[in-house]
Design a protein around this ligand. Sequence first.
Ligand code: BES
Ligand code: ZN
Ligand code: ZN
Length: 498
Amino acid sequence: MQITLETKPYAALETGALVSYVFEDADPIQGTLAEINKSVNNLLSKLSAGAEFTGKPLEMTLIHAPAGLKAARLLLVGAGKRDKFDVATLRKIAGAALRYLKSRSIKQLAFLVRENDLNEDSAQAIAEGVITADFETDKYKSDKKNDKSIDSVVIAGYSDQDKAAGEKGLTRGRIIAEAQNFARDLVNEPSNKLTPRILAEKAEAMAKESGLAVDILDEKRIADLKMGALLSVAQGGPEPPRMIVVTYTPATPPKPGAPVIGLVGKAVTFDTGGISIKPADGMEKMKYDMAGGATMLGVMRALSQLKPNVKVICVVPSTENMPGGKAQKPGDIQTAMSGKTIEVLNTDAEGRLILADGVHYAKQLGATHLVDAATLTGAIVVALANINVGVFGGSDQSWTDKLLASAKAVGEKMWQMPMDDEYREFIRGSFADIQNIGSGKGGGSITGAWFIREFAGDTPWIHLDIAGTAWNDDAKPWLAKGPTGVALRTLVNLATSY
Ligand code: BES
Ligand code: ZN
Ligand code: ZN
């Protein structure tokens, strides 16, 4: 799909559909829409009088052969109340318009930005919206709907004056959305097509293409480094684990002592639960248990093109969690790379085990500010459903505040959870330093976070529990069912605004 910015007057654009948006105002037909209304012989006024055309969120009004326009169709998308309108709404509108037109076998669209929104952020949001909306999960379907694909998108409405800003936004939006789709593509792969070794190969290929440094630790090096927590999960199945390390170093070397961001992502390519096996119903979804790792690799891909002035180290521990004959058993005591001993009370709480070694290794490689992302707990789905990412911070609230500000700036919903010291008691070990689940007092996502925090120590650290938000159980008008690529935009913003 080609995306360009065009300064030609919108009436002269030859395209399958000219798309714009309408606010839910007392009089929705204002500004550019008033002009369009004139050219279509007041058809919009007539529709508006009949309550068919109100501007309610994502309402679609498709007009064929609009008079006075070169476009074959005019599509007006409801944008809701004007005072609630923001780039997040614009991103959804652009995505929903693309999916609406694609399902009708329309090949091109031109998205007309309204008079007050002709800036860099709008072009970025539209590019992100259409590219992420275009992503389909039909890779393994024989009857791919090839006739249903959008060939080109034009962003319109910009003049020669604001063109440069628009193009800058378009480029940034393209980089971010393509990275998001890269991550979603990894998450969509079933576990027989994406083992830890294959994930490592794909990460290596991406890094080499992107000019990023890459180091793949195989099972031998993992054992040499005594990553006992990662190894304990991997021992349950025949697939060897991998520790994937991808590093971005800015062209102008940062001053000594400058912060180094460490991004650690959980990549369990399939989570059966191990000996504490999961119920069969819905287990197929556990192919997505590597979404945290995929997100972090996607972030690195975007950063290689956006070139921020900060060093970023990405560490992705990857394994399957299988209940084989050699699998670890409840009660087993493991020694993590840091030297801490862990009593494994539930082998299904494996994400925190592999992150323990991932976080410790990221620190050893020089990370001074950590973020981990993981599909860590079912408990976060209970707490926040599929709406908000759960955010857990360490003692440095200013680091957490930076991330929350980035989330807000890019329109990703994230909610900070409590991390009082009292919760730490829940994972105090009876027979080892710590135990990998809380002692039956609830707060499952918080005890998971506290476990990881034990390995971050005093290093500023944030944990993102994306178990509820990394996968869309139902398609949205602007996004296919399946992987969402959540948190990528926030982390890209965090690294590029540092
Ligand atoms: N990958 C799961 C998290 C998960 C569970 C995501 C259900 C979505 C739905 C994780 O490894 C896990 O199994 N966590 C356990 C932890 C428990 C044993 C303390 C969970 O949440 O049930
Ligand atoms: Zn598990
Ligand atoms: Zn898991």
